[in-house]
Design a protein around this ligand. Sequence first.
Ligand code: ADE
Ligand code: ZN
Length: 326
Amino acid sequence: ENLQDFIEGMPKCELHVHVEGTLEPEMKFELAKRNNIELPYANIEALKNAYDFDDLPSFLAIYYEGMNVLLTEQDFFDLTYAYLVKAHSQNVLYTEMFFDPQAHTARGVGFDTVIRGIRRAQIAAETSLGIRSQLIMCFLRDWSAEFAMTTLLQSLPYKEWIIGVGLDSDERNNPPMKFNKVFQRAREEGYLLTVHCDVNQQGSIQHIWQAVNDIGADRLDHGVNAIEDKALCEEIKKRSLALTMCPISNAYVVGGTKADVLDQMLDLGMRVTVNSDDPAYFPGYMNENLIRLQEEVNLGKDKLVQLTRNAFEGAWLPRATKDRYL
Ligand code: ADE
Ligand code: ZN
């Protein structure tokens, strides 16, 4: 059965999207022009052809290079607003967006410039379209714990605008425990915690255990490899941790969507969700990810609805607000 119309019509919730990963080639050119930056590509086609990645590091190199066009508060507004318009067009009612402040402060863009632009777009999109959103600040795990701590302290004046903190970028040799102190301080400050546990990393299982037991994460991003450890799956289930999976992203980064694992976890009663990750680079927003998954493992309406319920249940919203969506 073709459930494409059903998927498109379903109210949705997204929990794993990097706002800088929604920078579409068209906007990249627009912002480059506005900021008088010369891109090393003649046109959009040439830029797209340079999107040549087959693992996490080769993706990240292109992802960070792409951000150089983001300089002013207006740039961050435009980026965020365009994503929220797109999400709203796919019937996403609520979204939690990651942002990577260190990728900007490290090249001289102010923390306040970044967050003020994003925040203004969130309010504008909620007012004009009704889409709600919250922000999660990610630390870049391939930089030092000290830089992460400095960034955490920088964020404190904007605490009311940030619901939680996460950990992203290159996982290799950068286990969650490297940032234990930063995460504990973040929790003391009232932030919720999540950790990228990327697919098929060296020490994946150990990293997921660390995220759960040592960091005390409230959520896990990806977390596909937990399937290899029965006790770990039990623990994740016991704690009702949501796992934010990204099928099309997986297809690019590890060569397969891992749809089978997602389906298995649904059967185990785990709180798995479907998300877009970096939709401008791994082409596909929420609908495309759900459609791809449905095609691969032939999910029925019941499981598609379960995925959406899982996302709203896993959302970092007050109980009463979640209930209005459910
Ligand atoms: N930063 C942006 N996208 C990411 C991903 N898929 N994995 C790790 N870090 C990221
Ligand atoms: Zn991610």
